[in-house]
Design a binder for this molecule. Sequence first.
Ligand SMILES: [Zn+2]
Ligand SMILES: [Zn+2]
Length: 174
Amino acid sequence: MLTDISDVVFCENRERTEQIPVGLTSFDSRLGTFPILNRPVAEFTFENRENRKLLIHCVTDVRVAVPCGRCLTEVPTDIHLVSDRELSLEEGTVREEEMEDISYLSGWNLDADRLIYGELLMNWPAKVLCKQDCRGICRVCGQNLNEGDCGCEKTERDPRMAAIQDIFNKFKEV
Ligand SMILES: [Zn+2]
Ligand SMILES: [Zn+2]
Protein backbone atom coordinates (compact mmCIF):
# COMPACT_ATOMS: atom_id res chain seq x y z
CA MET A 1 0.00 0.00 0.00
CA LEU A 2 1.38 3.40 -0.97
CA THR A 3 0.86 6.52 1.10
CA ASP A 4 1.18 9.91 -0.50
CA ILE A 5 3.33 12.19 1.66
CA SER A 6 3.79 15.05 -0.80
CA ASP A 7 1.59 17.29 1.37
CA VAL A 8 4.31 17.18 4.05
CA VAL A 9 7.20 17.44 1.60
CA PHE A 10 5.86 20.60 0.03
CA CYS A 11 4.55 22.36 3.13
CA GLU A 12 7.12 23.89 5.44
CA ASN A 13 6.97 22.60 9.02
CA ARG A 14 3.94 20.46 8.38
CA GLU A 15 3.66 17.40 10.59
CA ARG A 16 1.20 14.58 10.16
CA THR A 17 0.54 11.27 11.89
CA GLU A 18 -1.10 8.36 10.15
CA GLN A 19 -1.93 4.79 11.10
CA ILE A 20 -0.95 2.51 8.23
CA PRO A 21 -1.91 -1.19 8.17
CA VAL A 22 1.04 -3.44 7.36
CA GLY A 23 0.30 -5.72 4.42
CA LEU A 24 3.09 -8.24 5.03
CA THR A 25 1.81 -11.74 5.88
CA SER A 26 5.27 -13.30 6.05
CA PHE A 27 8.87 -12.24 6.30
CA ASP A 28 10.86 -13.78 3.45
CA SER A 29 14.62 -13.56 3.55
CA ARG A 30 17.62 -15.76 2.87
CA LEU A 31 17.08 -17.11 6.40
CA GLY A 32 13.76 -18.58 5.29
CA THR A 33 10.07 -17.72 5.32
CA PHE A 34 8.51 -16.72 8.64
CA PRO A 35 4.75 -16.26 8.95
CA ILE A 36 3.59 -12.98 10.48
CA LEU A 37 0.97 -13.90 13.05
CA ASN A 38 -0.64 -10.52 13.72
CA ARG A 39 -2.04 -7.80 11.51
CA PRO A 40 0.30 -4.98 12.50
CA VAL A 41 -0.70 -1.37 12.20
CA ALA A 42 2.23 1.04 12.04
CA GLU A 43 2.02 4.54 13.42
CA PHE A 44 3.87 6.89 11.12
CA THR A 45 4.74 10.51 11.75
CA PHE A 46 5.95 12.62 8.83
CA GLU A 47 7.55 15.95 9.51
CA ASN A 48 8.87 18.67 7.30
CA ARG A 49 11.53 20.58 9.21
CA GLU A 50 12.04 24.01 7.70
CA ASN A 51 11.96 22.62 4.18
CA ARG A 52 15.42 21.15 4.86
CA LYS A 53 14.67 17.78 6.39
CA LEU A 54 11.97 15.19 5.97
CA LEU A 55 11.62 13.04 9.07
CA ILE A 56 9.85 9.71 8.92
CA HIS A 57 9.16 8.13 12.27
CA CYS A 58 7.47 4.77 12.60
CA VAL A 59 6.49 2.49 15.49
CA THR A 60 4.91 -0.93 15.23
CA ASP A 61 4.83 -4.39 16.77
CA VAL A 62 5.17 -7.45 14.59
CA ARG A 63 4.57 -10.98 15.84
CA VAL A 64 6.51 -13.53 13.82
CA ALA A 65 6.71 -17.31 14.05
CA VAL A 66 10.40 -18.15 14.43
CA PRO A 67 11.68 -21.72 14.89
CA CYS A 68 13.41 -22.45 18.21
CA GLY A 69 17.17 -22.52 17.66
CA ARG A 70 17.43 -25.92 19.32
CA CYS A 71 14.26 -27.93 18.70
CA LEU A 72 12.75 -26.06 15.70
CA THR A 73 9.33 -25.66 17.37
CA GLU A 74 7.77 -22.44 16.09
CA VAL A 75 7.90 -19.70 18.71
CA PRO A 76 5.61 -16.65 18.41
CA THR A 77 8.13 -13.81 18.74
CA ASP A 78 7.21 -10.15 19.24
CA ILE A 79 9.47 -7.68 17.52
CA HIS A 80 9.06 -4.04 18.53
CA LEU A 81 10.16 -1.76 15.74
CA VAL A 82 11.04 1.90 16.08
CA SER A 83 12.36 3.57 12.99
CA ASP A 84 13.65 7.07 12.42
CA ARG A 85 14.61 8.13 8.94
CA GLU A 86 15.92 11.55 8.09
CA LEU A 87 16.14 12.72 4.52
CA SER A 88 17.59 15.97 3.26
CA LEU A 89 15.24 18.06 1.19
CA GLU A 90 16.74 20.17 -1.55
CA GLU A 91 14.35 22.01 -3.81
CA GLY A 92 11.62 19.51 -3.15
CA THR A 93 13.76 16.50 -3.85
CA VAL A 94 15.91 14.04 -1.93
CA ARG A 95 19.66 14.31 -2.27
CA GLU A 96 21.18 11.93 -4.79
CA GLU A 97 23.49 10.06 -2.39
CA GLU A 98 20.56 9.02 -0.23
CA MET A 99 18.59 7.55 -3.10
CA GLU A 100 19.83 3.97 -2.85
CA ASP A 101 18.73 3.77 0.77
CA ILE A 102 15.17 4.85 0.07
CA SER A 103 13.67 2.05 -1.95
CA TYR A 104 10.61 2.54 0.28
CA LEU A 105 9.86 5.81 -1.52
CA SER A 106 8.61 5.97 -5.04
CA GLY A 107 8.23 9.60 -5.90
CA TRP A 108 6.55 10.95 -2.78
CA ASN A 109 4.67 7.76 -2.14
CA LEU A 110 5.79 5.81 0.88
CA ASP A 111 5.76 2.02 0.64
CA ALA A 112 5.21 1.23 4.33
CA ASP A 113 5.57 -2.54 3.84
CA ARG A 114 8.96 -2.08 2.26
CA LEU A 115 10.20 0.18 5.02
CA ILE A 116 9.00 -2.27 7.67
CA TYR A 117 10.57 -5.19 5.82
CA GLY A 118 13.93 -3.38 6.04
CA GLU A 119 13.39 -2.73 9.73
CA LEU A 120 12.60 -6.40 10.36
CA LEU A 121 15.79 -7.36 8.57
CA MET A 122 17.84 -5.06 10.80
CA ASN A 123 16.08 -6.07 14.02
CA TRP A 124 15.80 -9.79 13.41
CA PRO A 125 16.31 -11.71 16.69
CA ALA A 126 19.71 -13.42 16.81
CA LYS A 127 18.58 -16.45 18.76
CA VAL A 128 15.08 -17.58 19.61
CA LEU A 129 14.46 -20.42 22.08
CA CYS A 130 11.08 -21.95 22.97
CA LYS A 131 12.31 -21.84 26.59
CA GLN A 132 15.66 -21.08 28.18
CA ASP A 133 16.29 -24.71 29.09
CA CYS A 134 15.08 -26.20 25.81
CA ARG A 135 16.74 -29.59 25.50
CA GLY A 136 16.74 -29.58 21.72
CA ILE A 137 16.39 -32.60 19.49
CA CYS A 138 18.39 -35.80 19.64
CA ARG A 139 20.95 -35.72 16.85
CA VAL A 140 20.78 -39.46 16.50
CA CYS A 141 17.03 -40.15 16.25
CA GLY A 142 15.55 -36.67 15.90
CA GLN A 143 13.30 -36.93 18.95
CA ASN A 144 12.29 -33.64 20.58
CA LEU A 145 13.93 -34.13 23.98
CA ASN A 146 11.49 -31.70 25.65
CA GLU A 147 8.83 -34.34 25.06
CA GLY A 148 10.84 -37.09 26.71
CA ASP A 149 14.10 -38.98 26.59
CA CYS A 150 15.02 -41.31 23.82
CA GLY A 151 17.19 -44.43 23.88
CA CYS A 152 20.18 -42.59 22.43
CA GLU A 153 20.95 -40.64 25.57
CA LYS A 154 24.15 -42.48 26.50
CA THR A 155 25.78 -41.42 23.27
CA GLU A 156 24.73 -37.82 23.94
CA ARG A 157 26.56 -37.80 27.26
CA ASP A 158 29.78 -39.22 25.83
CA PRO A 159 32.26 -36.33 26.23
CA ARG A 160 33.83 -37.02 22.85
CA MET A 161 30.41 -36.71 21.23
CA ALA A 162 29.76 -33.51 23.18
CA ALA A 163 32.96 -32.00 21.77
CA ILE A 164 31.93 -32.90 18.25
CA GLN A 165 28.52 -31.39 18.90
CA ASP A 166 30.09 -28.14 20.10
CA ILE A 167 31.97 -27.91 16.84
CA PHE A 168 28.77 -28.69 14.97
CA ASN A 169 26.90 -25.96 16.87
CA LYS A 170 29.62 -23.39 16.21
CA PHE A 171 29.51 -24.26 12.55
CA LYS A 172 25.74 -23.83 12.50
CA GLU A 173 25.89 -20.39 14.06
CA VAL A 174 28.22 -18.97 11.39
ZN1 LIG B 1 13.09 -25.51 21.73
ZN1 LIG C 1 17.60 -40.24 20.19
